[in-house]
Every structure is written in structure tokens, then in C-alpha cells.
Write a protein of this length. Sequence first.
Length: 484
Amino acid sequence: MTFPYRDLKGYLAALDKAGELHRVGVPVDPTLEISEIVTRTVRAGGPALLFERPVRGDLPMAINLFGTHKRMAMALGVDSVDEIGARIGDLVRPELPVGWSGIREGLGKLMQLKSVPPKHVKRAPCQDVVYRGADVDLNRLPGLQTWPDDGGIFHNYGLTHTRHPETGKRNLGLYRLQQHDARTLGMHWQIHKDSTAHHAVAERLGQRLPVAIAFGCDPVVSYAATAPLPSDIDEYLFAGFLRGERVETVDCLTVPLQVPAHAQVVLEGYVEPGERHPEGPFGDHTGFYTPVEPFPVLHVECVTTQRDPVYHTIITSKPPQEDGPIGKATERIFLPLIKMLIPDIVDYDLPEPGVFHNCLVVSISKRFPKQAQKAMHAIWGAHLLSLTKLIVVVDDDCDVHVYREVAFRAFGNVDYAHDLLLTSGPVDHLDHASYQQFWGGKAGVDATRKLPSEGYSRGWPAPAVMSPAVVAQVDKRWKEYGFQ
């Protein structure tokens, strides 16, 4: 596999050719007006947008690049994101190779993995133009004010690079960035994020933390920054796996970090230990404003860009929004790994109205009593799935992606005196419903068939299903009945 897009501009050209890009050539205001245009476009299933003349900033703005499942697959270079899940499933299969065909398959996997570490280059397009010191001006970027009560201008798709001050382990993450002035940004580093851990170590050591932020990366790197990877998995290795080729990176000019060589814009700077500024409010993906809180501050000392760069951002709010297809891609891509971690799981679904962490529907092939509760506890112990507030467990003959069928099981198969599990645990930093920040109540609903060994002694009823012979007969005679 050779990835089709070298950079963001290549992806935009492919979208344009496919009829998936709309250019807006008239002046448009990044304060609220663009947000309303994009929200309407997303909810109509419309195209990616390139605002060529934002009235604030010097760069054109690309947005809604991942706003449909079709474009999300295009971004990752596949016809369906399920293809990537299948590739991962092949790699994690536990069977040992048998015979020559198995050896050949194993070698193919090793070669696939060998090709994915990032490739260091000495010169890069992202450093064609350099601004330092007093020439740094974040107002050149057309950042958005998305909602009326937002605390100011925000940059919503900046890929943030940090390193652990002691181990040197890199992290690539996606965090919102509030522009405080022409040279400083608020870093919304939530409590569960790896960059927060890096910053905490730097503060303990009394050190500045170097930071680099890349805008307008190729679509696979942009996706990889959102992926819920364990802290010991490098995002650039994952991006290389998705691309089928190594991601080119280059040394920053003023901080000891590496960034994508083909990014459109890169900010370089540092966070001082102990420094905090108020950040927010901000209309986030929960659909509500998050409150003002103190967060670290990035001092930008250097900005590098390509010639004629394009600024990339995203809008978050009450679903549906562009981040919905991104979340669905993550759900499908990580299914094999989730199943390896929790073998009880057959399939799972993260409903978009649940904004990724409020609800998870999971199917199991039930073999023993209280297996549904076992699956619930395993999910609450699994990395960022630990933030899930509601888990609904159904049998494996239920399609977890058909919510009408899930609701039928959840509403009809449950005795809440026996099948409802209530507990408490960590919740998302942005969760507004918990009575205290960072932890709150959780529920698991066992909507599976109940077994005699679970205390159900009435004999679970058989579902009312038409016989296959009659279904076939009616199919055959359908037009004879006068139907089309």
C-alpha cells in the first residue's frame, strides 16, 4: 500500500476531483459566521469546505474534511475504515504460522511493521518560511470563535507535540488552543491526557516544557493525533502503519522536537512551570459550554510555514458534527484490539449522540452467568473506555449498530432489580453532569437472555420469528400479490 496524499494540499486536490470540496470565494467572518455555515453543511451531509477569504487572518481555511464516512475513508486511503480494522486483526491473530504459506504471511507482517517508523529529513516544506521573535503573530491564523459565549478565538486542530522530560517518550495529541494574544496560547490539557503527565513532570523538575504544534498535516497524521492509543504506542508508528509508508519528520528550529515535514504551519515554544491563565468558556463536543478553568500557557517563539499555507480546523458541538465520523473510524479501527483485550466482546458501537464516552453498546456470546457484568467491568478498566458512563450489553444475535434493535432488547429484556449494575468511577474532564469533576456515577444494563444459573427460573421465551420457508415463499410470490 502506498498512501495517496503527501500533504493536506494533496488531500484537498483529491476531494476537489471527487466532487467532495466546495470553495467559498467571498469574504466570511471566522467569528460565528463560519461556524453556522459549517454546522448547516455537516448536518446536510455536505462537502468539505475551503474558505478562501476569511476576514481575519492571512490564510485560507479548510474545514469539514472528515465530515462524512466517505471522506473519512478517503482520508485514510481506503474504501471503508473496516479495512484497517481487518489489517490490525490480521496482525494480532494469535495463531502461529504453519507451513510455507504461514511463514510467508509472517514475513509480510514483519515487513509491514518495519516500514512504519517516522523518517527523519533535514529539510522540509513546513520550514520554507520562518518567523521569529517579534515577527511571530498568531493573528495571521484565521482561528475561530465558534459559539457566542466562547472565551475568544480558538484553534481546534493543532497537533501538539511534547516529550516526557525524563524518558524522552513522545506524545502527539489534539487539544483545543485558546489564543490569549499574538504570541501566547492556552493549552487545554485535560487530566487524563499524556501531555498533562509530561507537563506535571516538567513542573516537578522546575523545567520549561518544549512544545511544538502542527496545523494542516496530511489526513492520516491528523487522524492519528485523535486516536486513543496507550501511552507506550507512538502515534507516528501508528500513522505509518495506516499509511503503509513512513511519515517524514523534521527537527524544529528552536525546540528539541520533531514535527511532520509536510505540515502547513508549525508553532514552536515552551510552557513555563507553574504558569496558568484562565481558559474558556468553550462550546465543546458535549454540546455545552465548558467552564473557565486555569490551564498552562504556551509562549510561541517561532512560527514556520509552507509557502502559501492552508489552515486546518474543526468545529465541535452537539452532534452531529465533523468529529462524528472520526469517532466512528476509531470505533471500527480499534475493534480487533478491544476484542483482544476483552475477548467476551463480539462487536461494539459508540452512538454519536453519546459523544464518544457517554454510552457504549456491546454484544457478547453469552456462555456463563453474569458474563455481561464481567464485560462491563472489563470495559471500565480498559484505557479511555474507562470513561464510559453507560454500557448496554446485548446478545450476539443483536446488531449493535441498529439502535432500534438495541432499544428493543434494552427496554424488554431487563429486570432492573437484577440486571442494572450501578457503580462510580472516572468520567471525562468535560463531563458536566457529574456532581464533582473527574468522577461520577456509571450504569451497566444487562439486556442479554437470562440463564437459569443467574436465578432466572421461568424459562426464557423463544423469539417470534417467521419460518425461512414461508419467507422464501412470500419473496417468490411478492409481485404476484400486486406489490412492486
